[in-house]
Ligand binder design. Structure first.
Ligand code: ADP
Ligand code: ZN
Ligand code: ZN
Length: 749
């Protein structure tokens, strides 16, 4: 026999535990003053312990026997951290990427709030009208039958940002029951109010002296892009395809200004803020509104405060890296994703999602425009633009006086190199330096040399935990594995034959730096890579000095490729991109082309024209030739044609099942079972590839393998995952085996 709880209220909770289901609980006892609502965190008994969770729904029915339900122990928040709309968005993301609801929900919160900590700055909770307006009949009904509820609605209508509980009581006396009734009907919702946002509708639409955005006069292409977005009402996805230096950021700034003046909040996602302090400065200089910056180098406290500022509506602009796509923004009216092609917008572990794709989804849910910008758009986005799903906007020319750099190829097949640099490059460096210009050299390999060998017995510095070599770092006097982080003191003698004749093979940035300092004595040089910028503030210092042209030679890894504006650079030398031409991943050439153009884009950004010199051993590679002769658009056409032919994404949709274990064979054997489980479930249009060992099979002591699922459309793939994953979860697995699913993977192992 089913018993009913006093109120007949059941609380559905996403419990932070490795389970896919949601669980019903009874309300906390005693219920207290605060109404329990979706989006609040709770502590619940779970198994033999106690876990944090988030309320996802409240219901008057439960499918479980009521006498077996447990009771919520503690309500952790005075108001919901996520609104009903945010909650729906995150739960949608969880289901699309096949993560557990709790994992997704807690990833969407700042780190501190993933633990049972109280909110830092606890502004009084209040109420506001829900985002979805009441139907006319429903309002009529309330008007006639429930005068108290009607009075509340009228008051909140006049205060669209919400009113706090004290203010409501002041106006209406005690009205808890009526508030709860309205909340249950979904007409009002809990919110977090600070003084700033208690203005009335009249006040808020009146002249909030928004930003003193002083701006450049836009050129016709920029103007056309701005107009296209401006004219959109509701959802629209735009692909701003503009060469480096074409003034994309100016377009962003203009649209942001518009949105802010309309009283909207704006979300800007960038791949890595730490690497682009200039971008932040440019926003801060030009946009004079409270801004919340959300990225991983903030302290947990700072991050939570920024998050609260955004979610309370106080910060009008949120600028952040991928996880900022989940930041609650009650007045969101525009989303911008800069460098939309960048791999760092993809979360590669835990809750694996694409922040770019979720930004598009979020704009859809919010019914607002989203602008994806890049000089080298991803093939996925170009494909979407061709299908008419995204609207392409083009900035084909550099803005202002700058002109596009010339790209030259240096065929290095039969040339002696001087620490990785060919004669032609060195000669041009000399010319530019003596003319007073700056030179940038790009080598995407840090350390002194990628391997150390013994000249006598042939020993090489292999990592004990990975199928990889350890890089020699002379400055740290270490051998370091870039894959697992294993560090060893640099050996003085061969560990195998004790010979002292150990030799570094190949070059990294440290070695090139050494050699350049000898070759160009007295010329100021900065090396910018992860090792030279380990100290906090060092990267900012080096970049600022580089911008002021204090260094004549800049040498670095891809840290130097991203979005920086160095007006004095007239020559860019690219030492080695050849791995990208024949990489094992089908995306290798796309990434190579993007990196090449991003690095090349650092040349000639001001009045002085720029040259790029690319050293390669494959000067006649067809995609490379296409890229250099006809540009990225033509390259992308060819690359897309190849993908279409091979039925690879974006012409198909993939999910990658990965497994690893310290014991050989375990991962492969699990994946064989997975394959056997999938085969009868998969329709004929689905292809199952593998299982196969990962490219680097052993990493950090774990043996890795993968199984690829490929379907002609998302729906088929999602349906298969929906039936397959619950079964995989019931397969018996060895103790140390780990597996995961990656929907729309960007990298194989
Ligand atoms: P992107 O983001 O496409 O690389 P930016 O917005 O950084 O390009 O612009 C590159 C340079 O051109 C900047 O120095 C910027 O101030 C300048 N610029 C942009 N738009 C204009 C314009 N309409 N007129 C003159 N200069 C411009
Ligand atoms: Zn030896
Ligand atoms: Zn290693």
């Amino acid at each position: 026999m089913k018993t009913t709880d006093a109120n007949g209220t059941y609380i559905q909770v996403a419990v932070a535990a490795p389970v896919a289901e949601l669980f019903d609980y009874l309300p906390p006892y005693p219920a207290g003053d605060i109404a329990i609502l979706p989006g609040m965190r709770v502590l619940v008994p779970f198994g033999r312990g106690r876990r944090i969770g988030m309320v996802t729904a409240i219901s008057t029915t439960t499918s479980l026997a009521v006498d077996r339900l447990k009771r919520i122990e503690t309500l952790l928040d005075p108001y919901p951290l996520l609104s009903a709309e945010d909650l729906r968005f995150v739960l949608w993301a969880a289901s699309y990427y096949r993560s557990s609801p709790a994992e997704a929900l807690f990833s969407a919160l700042p780190a501190r709030l993933r633990r049972p900590e109280a909110l830092l700055h606890n502004a009084p909770p209040g109420w506001r009208v829900a985002a979805v307006p009441a139907a006319y009949e429903q309002r009529q009904h309330i008007q006639q039958r429930a005068p108290r509820q009607a009075a509340i609605l009228a008051l909140l209508d006049a205060h669209p940002k919400g009113m706090n509980d004290a203010a409501l009581r002041q106006h209406l006396g005690n009205c808890g029951a009526a508030l709860r009734a309205l909340a249950e009907k979904g007409l009002i919702e809990r919110c977090h109010i600070d003084n700033h946002s208690t203005n009335t509708a009249a006040e808020s639409s009146a002249d909030k002296s928004y930003p003193s955005i002083q701006s450049l006069e836009l050129n016709p292409d920029q103007q056309a892009a701005v107009c296209a977005v401006r004219e959109t009402t509701g959802f629209g996805c735009f692909l701003l395809d503009g060469v480096t230096g074409s003034g994309k950021t100016e377009v962003y700034l203009r649209l942001i200004g518009d949105a802010l003046r309309l009283g909207q909040q704006v979300l800007v996602l960038v791949p890595e803020i730490g690497l682009t302090p200039q971008l932040y400065d440019r926003f801060a200089q030009r946009i004079d509104v409270p801004m919340a910056v959300l990225h991983s180098s903030l302290s947990k406290r700072e991050r939570e405060l920024a998050w609260q500022q955004a979610s309370s509506g106080r910060a009008r602009l949120a600028l952040g890296t991928r996880s900022a796509v989940f930041t609650p923004l009650p007045d969101l009216g525009l989303i911008i994703v800069d460098e939309e092609h960048d791999l760092s917008l993809k979360q590669q572990e835990g809750f694996r999602y694409s922040a770019r794709d979720l930004a598009v989804r979020r704009a859809q849910v919010t019914a607002c425009p989203v602008l994806l910008g890049s000089a080298t758009p991803s093939l996925e986005s170009l494909h979407n633009a061709r299908l008419g799903r995204y609207r392409p906007l083009r900035l084909p020319q550099r803005a202002g006086a700058a002109i596009a750099p010339r790209i030259l190829i240096a065929d290095i097949r039969s040339q002696p190199l001087e620490t990785g640099l060919c004669h032609a490059l060195l000669t041009r460096m000399e010319q530019e330096i003596s003319a007073g210009n700056q030179v940038l050299l790009f080598l995407n390999r840090r350390g002194f040399s990628p391997v150390l060998t013994c000249h006598d017995c042939g020993w090489i510095s292999e990592c004990q935990q990975c199928d990889a070599r350890m890089t020699l770092h002379l400055e740290r006097d270490q051998l370091l594995c870039h894959h697992c982080g294993l560090m060893l003191v640099r050996p003085a003698r061969c560990p195998y034959c004790e010979s002292p004749d150990l030799r570094p093979l190949g070059q990294g940035t440290e070695r090139v730096e050494d050699s350049l300092r000898q070759r160009f004595p007295g010329i100021p040089l900065a090396r910018i890579d992860r090792d030279s910028t380990r100290r906090k503030g060092e990267l900012e210092r080096l970049l600022a000095a580089a911008e002021r042209a204090e260094f004549r030679i800049l040498l670095g890894t891809q840290m130097l490729a991203k979005g920086h504006h160095f007006p004095g650079i007239t020559l860019v030398g690219i030492l080695d991109l050849d791995q990208g031409l024949y990489g094992s991943d089908f995306r290798a050439t796309e990434r190579m082309a993007q990196l090449l153009l991003q690095v090349a884009g650092r040349a000639g950004r001001a009045e002085r024209a720029g040259t790029v010199l690319l050293q390669t051993r494959h000067p006649r590679h067809p995609l490379l030739t296409r890229l250099l002769h006809d540009g990225y658009g033509a390259f992308a056409d060819d690359a897309l044609a190849e993908r279409a032919e091979a039925r690879l994404p974006p012409f198909s949709h993939q999910a990658l099942l990965r497994a690893d274990s310290p014991k050989p064979e375990e991962a492969l054997s699990f994946l064989r079972q997975a394959l056997a489980t999938a085969q009868p479930l998969a329709p004929p249009s689905v292809e199952l590839w593998g299982p196969a060992p990962a490219q680097m099979e052993r990493r950090a002591g774990r043996i890795r393998a993968q199984l690829l699922l490929q379907a002609p459309d998302r729906g088929t793939l999602q349906r298969l995952l929906g039936t397959l994953l619950p079964r995989l979860r019931t397969l018996p697995t060895p103790r140390h085996l780990r597996w995961s699913i990656d929907v729309d993977p960007q990298e194989s192992l």
